[in-house]
Design a protein around this ligand. Sequence first.
Ligand code: GLN
Length: 477
Amino acid sequence: MELYELNLNDVIEGLKAKRFSPSELYASCKQRIDTCEPNIHAFITRTDDTQPQTGNDGGIFAGVPTVLKDNLCTKGIRTTAASRILGDWKPPYDATAWKYLREAGAVLMGKVNMDEFAMGSTCGNSAFGPTHNPHDISRVPGGSSGGSAAAVSAGYVPFSLGSDTGGSIRQPASFCGVYGFKPTYGMVSRYGLISYGSSLDQIGPFARTVRDLQLVMSVLAQYDPMDSSCFREKNPDFTHREDVSLKGKRVALVKEFQDFTLDAPIAEAMTRTRKVLEDEGAIIAEVSLPVVARYAVACYYALAMSEAHTNLERYDGVRYGYTVTDAAGVKEMFERVRSYGFGSEVKSRIIAGTCLTEPSRCDEYYVAATKVRTLIAQEFARAFGETDYILQPVTPSLPHRIGEEDEDEMKVYETDLYTLPVNLAGLPGLSFFTGYAGNLPVGLQLIGPRWSDSGLLDAGVILERHLGSPKIANGGI
Ligand code: GLN
């Protein structure tokens, strides 16, 4: 076994026991990246050309390589959000999530690809070209955190960070055959995360075991005064335990979702997982989420685009990265910078968001969407009065081939139906591996009430025990 194949927990134990050194581990990961990267194209910026600064030798991640989605600010290291508009912008500070990892000793291998400003589900809306799925390089890795999922799946690093506004951790995790966790809104500081939809965005980890997610969460879930939406309670306990049980716990399926079609391997995974849960002593129940099923997609896109249009106002050619110096006036400068700097998906969302919040339409669209959002949160709160967890797909289909996206934008948006309600209600969601259909991995999702994050990961440990852990993808080799 090569060192790059080790999971995070094994890496930490191996380093502690001095079975191998941080530089041997680093060299193994670097070699793996050199071998696969021409096929995968996960990186926007590599930072592994210098020997690692070992970080904090005493920290729990001392010497552990990782990568970050390129919307997480890294002090002095180019951060692009996969957009031309940020140019070679180098943030003057670290995102808190990265600061915590760095202080725990993690070593940065680079910044990885994503859909521009996290808008998309394929990693194809990037100014740097698409990333390829390490299980089948003709297919998409999912998005928007496609680079973070691909890097863990291909064995570049044992864990990575991404962000999830409407599914961007959970969907690529499932497409790439790794675990991905979207924490409760407010569990992880968003300070230094380039904003898309601020009331929806949340940072979370990718890894190849649930235990590894627990390790990363134990570092990420700390209060940060720099993010006013960050929790202030005592830090939650993400300690890994083997003696966890689902006996007597209720796990519900969503009644309204039963009418929607799923690719056969995903439907089959639902049946198999349900059986595992029953064998573990869980009670399979049903909850009804009619508002979610009917309105969540429209509600999410109205809110996400409205927030995006405000958040992206700051890219004006003055404060960040790309600019033009020969414009006749300020208006022309704004126009030229924003026309060239943003890609087409981002521009269409800015325009839609501008229309949705424009004073004469605001009540009808934006304000209405905020009210629907409250109903959705209430619907989930009611459902979680009847059940402990909800089991559902991540997506209705397996990853499609690069270049074969649906032309119909609304159809693409609708594929987020299973992930985005979780963000609207601020809930935690675990995307877990269930097995392979041919060479493609199949993931499903378990969600819980707000702040049930550690219990949700305990349930993930049980699911992994029965369904098996994913293998490292061949990376196109
Ligand atoms: N696909 C969704 C969107 O484009 C979700 C993206 C995300 O979670 N960042 O908005």
